[in-house]
Write a protein that binds this ligand. Structure first.
Ligand code: G
Ligand code: G
Ligand code: MN
Ligand code: NA
Length: 254
């Protein structure tokens, strides 16, 4: 309850910030996008992660104001890094179910792009399977409008839900992220390997770019590359970084 009270003033007190985690295109050896990950610098409890407060924000509706702020800030930061050595590198912003259904999403996204002078192609929205499962037609319409703006739509945590394949069929998805739970043991677990290979092959035949998340070791990265995965994200490259560090970060030698 205390946390909930504090969350009401977190935005105006400037306690929220965005950390950024790059995605490496293995075929080009270049960063192609960077995911925005929300953090809360709590005055007494220190650095808090989304798992500590996103559910609260969803329940009390603060997620709408917070989500709007994340979108604005991420678009501004992405615009700024175009001139700071990261030209052509896009930004990926996570959206939760409530944002998706209750924000005036299409209007707000296009407003953010305009305000930040950001090319729509540089923005990708990450949704999960739970985002919209009960509102298929409405979701289809919103996603089509977002695609018409030029914004990308990535399906996050792919493979963990019940409806992954349905989503691919029904929605205009432009990217997939293989959930970290399939990556963790991929080197030792043949079943995980088979699942990941199937997802990669599926994405390839549907011509949808794929990113493996939660890649922590060089071995995992190599195996994924061998299986045909063209992009990775995870601690192998770096943990999520504050903006001030992102522009000075460079791809580690592997
Ligand atoms: O930051 P961390 O790596 O702990 O992220 C955990 C999860 O929190 C992510 O998978 C993502 O779905 C969610 N998340 C991170 N940032 C945001 C955000 O800005 N908005 C929403 N709705 N979810 C976020
Ligand atoms: O949107 P999503 O929930 O997928 O966000 C990714 C989450 O995973 C964030 O909380 C991020 O901090 C975390 N993360 C990013 N890279 C790694 C990794 O290599 N290993 C682990 N365990 N977590 C990671
Ligand atoms: Mn994500
Ligand atoms: Na994820």
């Amino acid at each position: 309850l205390r946390l909930e009270n504090d969350l009401h003033t977190a935005l105006e007190h400037g306690e929220l910030s965005i950390y950024y985690q790059p995605q490496l295109d293995l075929t080009k050896g270049k960063i192609h996008a960077i995911e925005a990950l929300l953090r809360w610098h709590h005055p007494r409890q220190g650095l808090l992660y989304p798992k500590h407060f996103i559910d609260i924000a969803e329940e009390n509706g603060l997620i709408l104001a917070i989500g709007r702020w994340v979108l604005q800030q991420a678009c501004r930061d992405c615009h700024a890094w175009q001139q700071q050595g990261l030209a052509g590198v896009g930004v990926a912003v996570n959206l939760s179910a409530r944002q998706f259904l209750h924000m005036n999403l299409v209007e707000e996204v296009s407003q953010c792009l305009r305000d930040a002078h950001l090319a729509p192609e540089l923005l990708t929205l990450e949704i999960t399977e739970t985002t919209a499962i009960h509102h298929v037609q409405r979701t289809q319409l919103i996603l089509q409008e977002l695609r018409a703006l030029g914004v990308g739509i990535t399906l996050d945590d792919f493979g963990t839900g019940y409806a992954s394949l349905n989503y691919l069929k029904q929605f205009p998805i432009t990217g997939l992220k293989i959930d970290r739970s399939f990556i963790t043991d991929i080197e030792g677990d043949r079943q995980d390997q088979a699942i990941v290979k199937a997802i990669i092959d599926l994405a390839k035949s549907l011509e949808i770019p794929i990113v493996a998340e939660g890649v922590e070791t060089w071995g995992q990265g190599q195996l994924l590359q061998h299986l045909g995965c063209k992009a990775i994200q995870g601690y192998l490259l770096t943990e999520p970084l504050p903006y001030s560090q992102v522009i000075h970060w460079s791809i580690p030698r592997m």
